[in-house]
Each structure stands twice: as C-alpha cells, then as structure tokens.
Design a protein around this ligand. Structure first.
Ligand SMILES: [Zn+2]
Length: 272
C-alpha cells in the first residue's frame, strides 16, 4: 500500500463523523420486578436515550480533539441532569456476574499521564483513507506493539492498527450505555459484548487490551469470521506471545464472553 506523507494525512483525516444509529425500540418492555431485570424499565430507557442525546456534542468534540478514550467522570456527567447521572451510576454499580459474564474485577486507573497517544492511524476504505480516533497505550505496551508490527510487516507486508486501546472508566461506562439500544436495551446482551467499568482489560494497565483492525478496515464488525480469516490474525496466533500479547477470549472461553479474535491483551505472563 502506498504510504502517504504526514501532510497528506492531515488533509485526508479531517474530523470523523460520529453517527448514532437509530435503533428501533422493542415493542416489549418489561417492568423491573425487584432484583435485576435483564431489560431496562421504560423510565430507564428514556433516561438512556436522553443522556445519549445530550452527550452527543461532547463525544463528537472529544473524538475530534483526540481525548475521548481518556474522558473523565466529571466530563461525562457534565451535560446530564441528576436523574440521568443516577442512571449512569446505577449502570456503573452492576456486576457482570448477574448476567452470566464471569470476568474478574480488574480495577480502574485514574492517572492517565503516562499514556502514549497513537494519532492518525490510516485505514484504506472503499471511500478513501480515513483515520482512526486517537488511541492511547501505556508506554511499555506501545513499544511491544510496535516491535510486533515491525515483525509482522517483515513477514506479511501488512500491519494491524489499534482501533481501541486504553479506555478510561468514564468512557467504558459511556460505551456500555451507548450500546444498550443496539442490544434491545437488554443488560444481559449488552454485557456479553461490552464490559462494565473495572471489568475491562481496556481499562487495566497491567493487562492492557488492544482491539486490532487491519489496514483495509477489517475489524470483525461485519462478521467475527472476517477477522479470524485474515492472514494478520493467523500470524498473531503464531507469534503474538513472543511479544507478550495473548488472545483474551478464544472460542468457548470460560469467561462467557463471545469469541473476539481482534481483542488481545498484553501481559508479562501467558495467563489468559
Ligand atoms: Zn476489546
């Protein structure tokens, strides 16, 4: 692939458009009947929708200035009223175990000062080149990732970019709420695809996760197999551990998480 100069990138990579997808509401809305209902109450659905609408301009601004992944709780709560804020706090206090997801509590990070930004990673799509939003990695993880990609390029003539690296707890919470409508407002279904703050490897320096995407934009969104079949993925299976990266959620993993061939974590040991 032809590499563009920094100047060409700057021209091509204007602010990315951030589109919320309208998702049809389910016609069946269960009321909460004590305990945790898998589907949100009608009132909570309204709070999720109104919050996402109010947050949309802030999210767009932070995507443009490259600081979305390190968003703080203060920023997240700033456009919300008390009821909306309480709704977010209720989601934050959920335990994934209640929905059959057996991921350990990893804790949350609050000092983002040592993170390395990954800016203007170019993806060649049908409509032309677009850049990923700025991502962040702890320095040690970034260096290991860079070494791994150097080796992949030598072997395959291709590399993988980081579509999602470190995510602050506030951003992780926002993402969970953002994806609720896409999963019919089901907490159970959303929890299978999106971790709650404190339970995500994306938010844990000692076990830092990377979601990888290839140079043509294949990231598994279309189908899990589309990523699994990439030569880049096959290369990772053979070589990633040499650089300290491990597949977190292989097929049939005991954590109850769907197979995610794009999600790798860094660690000094091989434990998964
Ligand atoms: Zn991931």
């Amino acid at each position: 692939m032809k590499r563009l100069s920094a100047k060409e990138f700057a021209v091509l990579c204007g602010p990315a458009l951030f589109a919320f997808f309208l998702v049809q509401r389910p016609v069946w809305i269960f009321a909460e009947s004590g305990g945790i209902s898998s589907t949100l109450s009608a009132g909570d659905i309204q709070l999720a929708d109104s919050s996402l609408k109010k947050l949309s301009p802030l999210i767009e601004t932070k995507k443009t200035d490259g600081t979305l992944a390190v968003m703080t709780f203060e920023e997240l709560f700033s456009p919300l009223d008390e009821r909306e804020k309480a709704f977010f706090e209720k989601i934050q206090s959920l335990q994934p175990g209640a929905f059959g997801v057996r991921t350990p509590y990893l804790g949350t990070e609050s000092d983002f000062s040592g993170l390395v930004p990954l800016e203007k990673q170019p993806i060649l799509r049908q409509e032309g080149i677009t850049c990923l939003d700025t991502q962040y990695l702890p320095a040690e993880v970034y260096e290991a990732y860079a070494r791994m990609m150097e080796a992949m390029r030598k072997d395959l003539g291709k590399i993988l970019y980081v579509e999602s690296g470190f995510r602050s707890p506030a951003y992780q919470l926002y993402l969970f709420v953002f994806y609720l409508p896409r999963h019919g407002y089901s907490l159970e279904d959303t929890a299978k695809w999106n971790a709650l703050p404190g339970y995500s490897e994306h938010g844990c320096f000692a076990r830092q996760a990377l979601d990888l995407i290839n140079e043509e934009g294949v990231n598994g969104d279309e189908s899990v197999e589309s990523f699994e079949l990439l030569p880049e993925y096959q290369w990772l299976i053979r070589h990633a551990s040499e650089y300290g990266f491990y597949l977190s959620y292989p097929k049939g993993n005991p954590a109850g998480i769907n197979f995610e061939p794009w999600h790798w974590h860094y660690g000094k040991t091989g434990s998964v």
